[in-house]
Design a protein around this ligand. Structure first.
Ligand code: HEM
Length: 157
C-alpha cells in the first residue's frame, strides 16, 4: 500500500540531492569557465555568484537531503545504522560535508575577499589563482562521495 507521507519525504530528499549535487557541479563549471577569461571583473563577478549560489542552493539542498532522508527513514521505521546503504550514505554525506567545511569554505572565503579587491579591474594576485586551483581540485574530490552516495542509495546493497 502506498504511504503518502513517506513518498513526500522521499520526494523532498531526491529534490535535495538534485539541487545540492547540481549546484556544486555547475557552480564549479561556471567559475572555472569565468576564471579562464582572466578578466578581473568577470572573475570577481563569478566569485560573488559562487557565494550567493551556496547560500541559496547548497544550503537548501543540504536541508532537503537531511529532512527528506531522515524523515523518510524515521517515518517508516528504517533503522539508521543496520543497512550498508544507509550507513554508508550517511558517512559519505558527512565526509563530503567535512571537506566542504574544513577546506572548501575557507578557500572560498579567501577568494571572495581577494575578488572584492580586484572587482574594479585591478590585477588578480597569484594567491587567488593558487586558491582557485585548490578549490577546483578539492571541489571535485568532495563531489565523489556524493555521487557514491547516489549509487549506494539507488542500489541499496
Ligand atoms: C544524510 C543521510 C541520508 C539519509 C538518512 C537517507 C535516507 C534515504 C531514504 C530513507 C531513502 C528511501 C529509500 C527507499 O525508499 O527505499 C533514500 C533514497 C535515496 N537517497 Fe538517501 N539518505 C541520505 C543521504 C543521501 C545522500 C547524501 C544522497 C546523494 C547525494 C542520497 C541519495 C538518495 C537517492 C538518489 C535516493 C532514491 C533511491 C531509490 O529510492 O531508489 N541520500 N535515502
Amino acid at each position: 500500500m502506498s504511504d503518502q507521507i513517506y513518498d513526500v519525504f522521499k520526494f523532498l530528499h531526491v529534490v535535495g540531492v538534485v539541487v545540492l549535487v547540481g549546484n556544486v557541479t555547475i557552480t564549479a563549471f561556471w567559475k572555472a569557465f569565468s576564471d579562464m577569461t582572466r578578466d578581473p571583473r568577470i572573475v570577481a563577478h563569478a566569485q560573488r555568484g559562487v557565494t550567493v549560489s551556496d547560500f541559496i542552493f547548497t544550503a537548501v539542498g543540504i536541508v532537503l537531503v537531511m529532512v527528506g532522508g531522515y524523515g523518510a527513514a524515521i517515518h517508516k521505521g528504517i533503522p539508521l545504522f543496520s543497512s550498508f546503504w544507509l550507513v554508508s550514505g550517511q558517512l559519505l554525506f558527512a565526509v563530503s560535508g567535512m571537506m566542504w567545511l574544513g577546506i572548501l569554505i575557507p578557500l572560498q572565503i579567501r577568494q571572495a575577499r581577494a575578488a572584492r579587491g580586484f572587482a574594479d579591474g585591478s590585477p588578480i594576485p597569484d594567491s587567488y589563482w593558487r586558491d582557485a586551483k585548490r578549490w577546483l581540485v578539492w571541489g571535485i574530490v568532495a563531489t565523489v562521495p556524493l555521487v557514491a552516495a547516489i549509487f549506494v542509495m539507488v542500489v541499496k546493497i
